[in-house]
Design a protein around this ligand. Structure first.
Ligand code: 5GP
Ligand code: ZN
Length: 115
């Protein structure tokens, strides 16, 4: 189910372009348009859900189940020293796109730009 005004639904549907990192029937992963560090990726469920509060367990389960695969794809492509997983829920917690997403932020050591 997609939401007509949601940019991530448009990305999933191919109405907006994106740099795909991974896709299957349940999730889509793509490079963040504003790279905090090289390889900064977002993984989203294909079902529109606003944030973690409104996400059914099966959708959350499918999303998190795929995180290791995407993390390892990023590791293979960018060879970072580490990786942060970030999930923002509601504006007060810096959520700016209201379609659930997890940030995968590769880390390259001191001075990699992520604070
Ligand atoms: P939030 O602040 O909601 O946790 O993260 C939203 C993220 O979506 C931001 O890091 C922002 O750069 C990214 N973003 C916003 N619009 C687009 C877009 O059109 N394409 C892509 N690839 N990323 C986007
Ligand atoms: Zn959406």
């Amino acid at each position: 189910m997609s939401h007509e005004d949601c940019i991530f639904c448009k990305i999933i549907n191919g109405e907006l372009p994106s740099a795909k990192v991974y896709e299957d029937e349940k999730v889509y992963a793509f490079l963040d348009i504003s790279q905090v560090t090289k390889g900064h990726t977002l993984i989203v469920p294909k079902t529109h859900t606003k944030n973690i509060y409104e996400t059914p367990a099966d959708v959350a389960g499918a999303l998190f189940e795929r995180v290791p695969k995407v993390a390892n794809a990023i590791k293979a492509a960018y060879n970072p020293l580490g990786l942060n997983l970030i999930n923002n829920n509601e504006a007060a917690a810096e959520q700016s796109v209201f379609h659930l997403h997890i940030h995968l932020i590769p880390r390259y050591g001191e001075g990699d730009g992520y604070t």
